[in-house]
Design a protein around this ligand. Structure first.
Ligand code: SF4
Length: 197
């Protein structure tokens, strides 16, 4: 049976899709059958909200329910929002880890729909400019990927959502400094996370 949710530490992670607008050189799914012992390739199709909810069980058992798997969760925006409401109704907390392409994927500004649904949004900044971003993330829409991610971040901030950028530490100190400057311009914090081998 496919893995719709998986537990790491105190959090429950939700694997909604294998679709993604990027082909990041550092992605944990590159050449891997599993992540942390979980098989996250969906062989039987993408899960419904009900299947995810059944797999979560009691959301209050976990620190957070995190939408983050072998793909970009905003491809499943409607299912994610349903699960968010279900989690909140049961006293749980929600977070989205995203590449920030949700508004181009859904062809509208999705930030207003996230208000009251997500308690935290981690947006992968990854690079300080579009040229570096294209090299590192190999987006399928290279001409708009970086700018649309920044647009999404600005709209999340404008909606008062709790959001922050992240970069992986493999990009080096100088590039991290430039990413910090981008984050300051957008007006949201930057978190540096270790690269997962
Ligand atoms: S955006 Fe995330 S899921 Fe998509 S390729 Fe990059 S690291 Fe992997």
């Amino acid at each position: 049976m496919d893995t719709y949710t998986y537990v790491i530490g105190n959090n429950c992670y939700v694997n909604l899709t294998n679709r993604c607008t990027n082909r990041c050189t550092f992605c944990v799914r590159n050449g891997k059958a599993t992540f942390e012992g979980y098989s996250l390739w969906l062989k039987e199709g993408e899960p419904s909200a009900e299947q995810v909810e059944e797999s979560i069980g009691d959301p209050k058992k976990y620190g957070e329910i995190v939408f983050c798997g072998f793909g970009e969760p905003t491809y499943r925006l409607d299912v994610m929002l349903k699960v968010c409401d279900w989690v909140h109704a049961r006293g749980g907390k929600t977070r989205l880890n995203t590449n920030g392409h949700g508004s181009i994927i859904n062809q509208r500004d999705i930030a207003p729909e996230l208000v009251g649904r997500l308690d935290g949004i981690n947006i992968s900044l990854n690079a300080s400019d579009s040229h570096r971003y294209e090299k590192l993330c190999q987006p399928i829409y290279p001409e708009m990927a970086f700018d649309s991610m920044l647009f999404f971040a600005r709209e999340c901030k404008a909606q008062g959502l709790n959001c922050w950028f992240s970069v992986v530490d493999c990009i080096g100190e100088e590039e991290i400094g430039k990413c910090r400057a981008v984050a300051e311009r957008v007006g949201i914090p930057l978190r540096v996370r270790p690269t997962i081998a």
